[in-house]
Design a protein around this ligand. Structure first.
Ligand code: NAI
Ligand code: MG
Length: 358
């Protein structure tokens, strides 16, 4: 086998969409040996941890993984398994391409966007103080001492750190990505007028770092204005470079622009490791019924293939997805069809096998 890849089926619809993606990828000649590993609510039952150490070890060995969505138990005190995975492996860049796909009913045609999201800092860093705790009280007192900030006694607090080092590498990554993928512009979304020392620093550092890169044009836009412009005229944008929280939100917005969460793939990338996963979550409302659209997971698989240097196989999977969507016979209910998750996986795999090789 040419490549060893860790596969994490995950929770909810995760195992269903993962099985479909494996069908499609195994139909290529990339030769992937799958190493199964657990994460998520299921792993909490079987391994006693949302993100078992052996899963991290597996990815450290294979260096590349494909992952289904995992459920974050709410109010149990557990740190999100996704946040932990991104932090433990320092997967600082999320890449989420949203493009118009053939045969999918949408409001805007010709959309071809890539969200590049900083993945490790910002309000998602996990620095939080629960309302009414001794720590929250101490922090309130400290804030009062330091600068006279009065925070209400019944407030919960989440801290937003954004660093020069953290920003520099994501800006470098975005321009590098733009260059290799022939992208024309990189637009930074921010709210530097309000959050001067976090978003302000992101913006200042981005502008400085961008000056070292040629190729793509650098632009800046307030995140609220950017949201409005995306809703009206998404074709005007190319690469969107965003701090963590805005990146999370606009990723789903961009998914909506091209037909929904079932269609948009993603990658979490660091200097050493890469974990590919769709933008969507575990969708407990439709889990276990064969209703989930596996396209996002299959296209995440195509991104994995490209990362492994299997350009031809990656293109084959993308062309097969396009062909199945364009034909319109096999599609899941989110796209108005009545096919199952597995049927879409089989149809894409069959199309991959039909495409000429070499
Ligand atoms: P979600 O993305 O799971 O679902 C939102 C809506 O989109 C639901 O109506 C769902 O049925 C639909 N949907 C999602 N994926 C679909 C697909 N492939 N085909 C057809 N319909 C699809 O978001 P939600 O409900 O906010 O989160 C559910 C759980 O997933 C939570 O525990 C959350 O923490 C987790 N989550 C995990 C992620 C990951 O592992 N990367 C990412 C986002 C959420
Ligand atoms: Mg999200």
């Amino acid at each position: 086998m040419a490549h060893r890849v860790t596969v994490i089926p995950g929770d909810g619809i995760g195992p269903e969409v993962t099985a479909a993606a494996r069908l499609a990828l195994d139909a290529t000649d990339a030769g992937i040996e799958w190493i199964e590993a657990a994460a998520g609510a299921g792993a909490l039952d079987t391994h006693g941890a949302l993100l078992p150490e052996e899963t991290l070890d597996s990815i450290r060995q294979t260096r590349a993984a494909i992952k289904g969505p995992i459920t974050t138990p709410v109010g149990t005190g557990f740190r999100s398994g996704n946040v932990a995975l991104r932090q433990e492996l320092d997967l600082f860049a999320a890449v989420r391409p949203a493009r118009t796909l053939p045969g999918v009913p949408v409001r805007h045609r010709g959309v071809d966007l890539v969200v590049i999201r900083e993945n490790t800092e910002d309000l998602y860093r996990g620095i939080e103080f629960e309302r009414g705790t001794r720590e929250a009280g101490a922090l309130r007192a400290k804030l009062r001492d330091l600068a006279g900030f009065e925070v209400r006694e019944d407030a919960g607090i989440t801290v937003k750190p954004i660093s020069v080092a953290g920003t520099r590498r994501i800006v470098y990554f975005a321009f590098d990505y733009a260059q290799w993928n022939h992208r024309r512009t990189v637009t930074v979304g921010h709210k530097a007028n309000i959050m001067r020392y976090s978003d302000g620093l992101f913006l200042e550092t981005a502008a400085e770092e961008a000056a070292n890169h040629y190729g793509a044009e650098y632009r800046e836009m307030h995140i609220d204005h950017l949201s409005m412009r995306l809703a009206r005229e998404p074709q005007a944008f190319d690469v969107l470079l965003l701090p963590n929280l805005y990146g999370d939100i606009l990723s789903d917005l961009c998914a909506g622009l091209v037909g929904g969460l079932g269609l948009v793939p993603g990658a979490n990338i660091g200097w050493e490791y890469a974990v590919f996963e769709p933008v969507h979550g575990s969708a407990p409302d439709i889990a276990g019924k064969g209703l989930a659209n596996p396209t996002a997971m299959i296209l995440s698989g195509a991104m994995l293939l490209r990362h492994l240097g299997e350009q031809r196989a990656a293109r084959a999977v993308e062309e097969a997805v396009d062909a199945v969507l364009a034909a319109g016979r096999v599609r899941t209910p989110d796209l108005g069809g009545d096919s199952t998750t597995a049927q879409v996986g089989e149809a894409v795999a069959a199309e991959v096998r039909r495409l000429p090789r070499g």
